[in-house]
Design a binder for this molecule. Structure first.
Ligand SMILES: Cc1cc2nc3c(=O)[nH]c(=O)nc-3n(C[C@H](O)[C@H](O)[C@H](O)COP(=O)(O)OP(=O)(O)OC[C@H]3O[C@@H](n4cnc5c(N)ncnc54)[C@H](O)[C@@H]3O)c2cc1C
Length: 463
């Protein structure tokens, strides 16, 4: 009898497995794909190193760094070029640098003078402890220009989401807390950080061979306990254990196990809804996902008429605009492209353009090429060479108004000792850092459950 069967070998499932291995628990990981790592995928094409999905760690969390050290990958860590700290927002034909301190904020053209002056009214706006949409929260406290020209583009980059449906408490918990504690977010900033607040600098990290080095490192350590290409995974509950069967090369393999950890997206957990005791299982796991297509393109350095002195740009939502934003990959990680080329990675889709899933690769390429050439002032669309396109129909879970109560419900059933656990980016944050942290936390819960199960069995045997 296994201790745990883990379904899914993305970063969530691999991290959980690695944690369980430390205490010699007996587990096995099943994945339907032919590779481990899930959406973290790096490919080498000619002289280019391309990230298909995620691009970088936004600073390294304690948990991720610990994992990297345990895998001896520390020497392969690389930092983005210091220029990448500069970010731009595109609006109405202009690229505006995102201010990195209050002084720059008062100079920026991202929002109008009037909008900057009305910011001071924020000190006097009554607090509202209830949850509300990001749109309601930001426009109530800072006005609609800040919402449209700063917050929506920022959320394009993080959630590919819609401010109308994202929950303020789930997406901006720190800002909501400052509002509740100090009655004003600006006052809260000043009082909690001193009179010269500067905006937090993020340092991007990756590995020499790209982000996939992390799941590859985990796979190398765990590979004897991972079955890729497994199909028809079926799970049934026996009295106090589970029976798992799956097919590998047309052969059926069976396991029995004390517990199951689902490390797959929430909507896929619903395929196993019959295992969950709650009638509300559909409601609990029904999470909206935003689609994203990621498009990598190159252009000769001489043919681009914009200085790419930063991370890239995010787009304000304009009627004709389908692009979410573009990373100037060759400015962030210069060693990944030939010296005479510029590499751009654009993202398109999101909650505001779900239609992306109906487009062919050719259509996606055409839209991105047109918009990137317009924004970066590339005179001829034929100058852009498309190297890779990857469409993720379910890319990013949306932390909408139900998010906080959904996570609470999930925690409650995990507490009930059914032997069913879940992990992934739809719980406590969507970044790789967050997913690693979540999986470490869930692995601790599983260990406690297994130790308690052993104790109960010993007590039963003794009577
Ligand atoms: C386009 C894109 C860009 C991103 N950019 C960044 C970034 O720059 N920085 C950052 O920190 N984060 C970024 N993220 C977020 C981050 O990459 C993810 O949150 C994280 O990698 C999710 O890991 P996971 O293991 O939970 O899920 P996944 O990576 O989706 O892994 C799930 C695994 O489960 C397997 N699976 C699915 N269904 C089944 C089934 N029924 N049975 C068995 N196996 C199954 C899949 O094959 C896969 O291996 C980005 C995400 C996307 C999509």
């Amino acid at each position: 009898m296994k201790d745990v069967i883990i379904i899914g070998a993305g970063i969530a499932g691999l991290t959980a497995g690695f944690e369980l291995a430390k205490n010699s628990f007996d587990f096995h990981i099943l994945d339907t794909s032919n590779r481990a790592g899930g959406v973290i995928e790096t490919i080498k094409t000619g002289d280019y190193l391309i990230e298909c999905g995620p691009h970088a760690f936004s600073s390294l969390s304690y948990e991720t760094l610990e994992l990297i050290k345990e895998l001896n990958l520390e020497d392969d860590l690389i930092q983005a070029s210091p220029d990448a700290r500069k970010r731009y927002v595109h609006n109405n034909g202009h690229l505006y640098p995102v201010p990195s301190n209050p002084k720059e904020f008062f100079k920026t053209g991202i929002i109008s003078k009037e909008a900057k002056f009305t910011l001071f009214e924020e000190f006097f706006i009554a607090k509202d402890e209830n949850d509300e949409s990001v749109e309601e929260f930001i426009s109530r406290r800072f006005g609609r220009e800040v919402l449209k020209n700063i917050v929506q583009p920022y959320l394009n980059g993080v959630f590919a989401g819609d401010v109308k449906t994202l929950s303020a408490k789930a997406v901006f918990p720190k800002l909501k807390n400052l509002e509740n504690k100090y009655k004003s977010i600006l006052l809260g900033f000043i009082l909690s950080r001193g009179l010269k607040p500067s905006f937090k600098r993020i340092t991007l990290h990756s590995f020499r061979e790209g982000l996939e080095q992390l799941p590859k490192g985990l796979y190398e350590k765990l590979k004897t306990r991972i079955t890729l290409n497994s199909s028809n995974i079926e799970i049934t509950r026996a009295k106090d254990f589970f029976m798992v069967s799956f097919k590998l090369n047309n052969k059926t393999i069976n396991y029995t196990t004390n517990s199951i950890l689902f490390a797959i997206p929430a909507y896929k957990v619903l395929d196993y809804g019959h295992l969950f005791p709650s009638e509300r299982v559909t409601e609990i796991f029904h999470t909206e996902y935003a689609p994203i297509a990621s498009v990598s393109q190159s252009v000769d350095k001489g043919k681009i008429n914009t200085e790419l002195d930063g991370f890239g740009f995010l787009c304000v939502k304009e009627p004709q605009r389908k692009l979410l934003g573009t990373i100037w990959t060759s400015s962030v990680f210069p060693d990944r492209v030939p010296k005479d080329k510029v590499l751009l990675t654009s993202y398109i889709g999101g909650s505001l353009y779900k239609k992306i899933v109906t487009h062919t690769e050719e259509e996606i390429k055409n839209i991105v090429t047109k918009e990137v050439c317009e924004i970066l002032k590339i005179s001829n669309q034929s100058f852009l060479e498309t190297i890779n396109i990857k469409l993720y129909p379910h890319a990013i879970p949306q932390y909408n108004m139900e998010h906080i109560s959904r996570v609470k419900n999930i925690e409650e059933f995990m507490d009930k000792d059914y032997g069913l656990f879940v992990t992934g980016n739809y719980l406590y944050g969507i970044s790789i850092n967050d997913t690693v942290k979540t999986s470490k936390k869930i692995a601790e819960r599983i260990k406690t459950f297994l130790r308690n199960t052993d104790t109960k069995k010993e007590e039963l045997a003794a009577t």
